[in-house]
Every structure is written in C-alpha cells, then in structure tokens.
Write a protein that binds this ligand. Structure first.
Ligand code: SAH
Length: 269
C-alpha cells in the first residue's frame, strides 16, 4: 500500500531526512500508542506522503500536518485535499508557529530532533509519540548513573516523563536509514523540582555536560563567567560539597536544580 503511493507519485526519498515508514504494523502501533480520541487535535511533523497522516485522520477530530518539501505537499493535497479534517502547513517546522494541539505524533526528521523536541516543550499538550534515531531516544529517556545520561536527559526530565516504547529496525522504512530508530513517549507535566530561572538552569546543565569527565567543582570554577559569578572561588564553598565531588552523569536533575538555584540567588545579590 505504502509502496504503491511512493510509486504512483514517483517519490524516492533518502535526502532531507526522508525515510518513509512502510511497515504497516509499526504505523498501527504508533497510532495505537497515542490512544487518540475523536475530539482530539493531533500535530504531525514531517508528514511525508501521508501514511501516518491517513491513520491519524481516521481516529482524530483534526490533524495539523507540517511538511517542508513542496513535492510532498503536492502528494498530501492530492491525497487528502478535500478533507476538512486536515490542516496542511507548508513550511520548516522550526519556523512555523503551531496552532493549538492535544497530542503530537510523528516520524521526525532526525537531523533536527533536538531542536524540534525543545520547541515542542514550549507548547501545552498532553502526549507526544515520536520516532527518533535510537541513540537519541536512549539519551532522551536515560536516568542518572548511566552512560546515556546527558544534557538532553536532564532537560527532558524537567519537562516530561519519558519512556521508550519500541525499537524499530531499518527495514521498516523506505529508503532504510543508516541507523536504528525508536519510538518514544513523552508526557509533559509540571516539574517535580523547583527551578528559579529556567534559562540559567538549562545553560548550567549544558555547560557542565560539555565536560562530562570533569568533576562538578572543576566545571563550575571553569564556567564562572558564564554562570555570572565573579567570586566563584569563595562562593563555591557554600555549595553542597558532596555534589561537587561528583561528575555530571551522577547528578539527579533536582540536584542540578539545587546548585543552579543557589548560584542564581547569589548572582542576583
Ligand atoms: N511521516 C512520514 C515521513 C517521515 S520522513 C513517514 O513516516 O513516512 C521525515 C519527513 O520530514 C519528510 O517528509 C521530510 O520532507 C520532512 N522534513 C524534513 N525536514 C523538515 C523540516 N525542517 N520541516 C518540516 N518537514 C521536514
């Protein structure tokens, strides 16, 4: 079925992150995981030839599909143009403002996974079911004290509960990507720890993971300018010493927040 559509429109893919999902069971499982209700509006990013779009439209009240490639916009219009269930947005996902949506379901363009994920966190929504490159997915769901735990993990835990739903082989796509993929579930929720200044917290986490082998004490001293604390050499004694002896990969998200909040307060003085 999906092959027929690719053939009919002469679409090859393989460039611009274009890897179309052809495995019908995988497509069905993605849609099932989103548990779509008939009143819900679903956002899809990178709709391609519409194989996921079609399934989303069958369940949702409304679908908003973003796609950048004019050739694929043509296909999508040709396939679903008549339906008032679909809003097509022709543009770069990083440039467009999303209309309100309840859930987001997408097989993402992998080269901008990180940018898209952070952009999504600025919106209010209930659930995201997203296909990522496997390594990226592992970092997104990782917890402290594991090798995949990273800046991305801490950020994700700040905004949402994350879990990996399934690993997807290369053969599920046409053309097959060079990497394995995985579907991740993100459930946004208010943070379970307090952050005084979001930007300061996120910048701090980014800075210390830039030197993930270094102990926190050394990273903090080295980044005193970025952290905006001139008297860091003295102030660092006021921070919880047991945290400073650890490496970033061994700190819980709330421990990063504790440090960031203390430094932010000191900076404000
Ligand atoms: N959902 C389809 C296609 C996934 S491939 C399927 O599962 O088969 C990723 C899609 O994202 C491609 O259609 C590609 O053209 C589109 N894309 C890539 N970069 C984009 C961007 N910056 N903005 C919007 N769409 C983009």
């Amino acid at each position: 079925m999906v092959y027929e559509i690719l053939r009919k429109y002469g679409i090859r893919g393989g460039y611009h992150d274009q890897h179309f999902l052809i495995d019908e069971r995988v497509l069905d499982r993605i849609v099932d995981s989103a548990d779509i209700k008939s009143h819900e509006t679903i956002l899809e990013i990178g709709a391609g030839i519409g194989n996921l779009t079609e399934r989303l439209m069958a369940k949702a009240g409304h679908v908003i599909a973003v796609e950048r490639d004019p050739e694929l916009i043509y296909v999508l219009k040709d396939r679903f143009g008549e339906s008032d269930k679909l809003t097509l947005i022709h543009g770069d996902v990083l440039d467009v403002e999303f209309p309100a949506f309840d859930k987001v379901v997408a097989n993402l363009p992998y080269s901008i996974s990180s940018e898209i994920t952070f952009k999504l966190f600025r919106y209010n929504f209930k659930l995201a079911i997203l296909m990522y490159q496997y390594e990226f997915a592992q970092r997104l769901v990782a917890h402290a004290n594991s090798k995949d735990y990273s800046r991305l993990s801490v950020n994700a835990h700040y905004f949402a509960d994350t879990s990996m739903i399934m690993k997807i082989p290369r053969g599920a796509f046409s053309p097959p990507p060079e990497v394995l993929s995985a579907v991740v579930e993100l459930k946004p929720r208010p943070s379970y720890f307090e952050v005084l200044d979001e930007k300061y917290f996120l910048d701090f986490v980014t800075a210390v993971f830039g030197q993930r082998r270094k102990k926190m004490r050394n990273s903090i001293l080295k980044n005193k300018q970025l952290l905006g604390i001139d008297d860091m050499k003295e102030f660092i004694h006021e921070l919880p010493q047991e945290l400073l002896d650890k490496r970033p990969e061994n700190l819980e998200p709330e421990e990063f927040a504790e440090l960031a909040n203390m430094m932010f307060r000191h900076k404000q003085k």
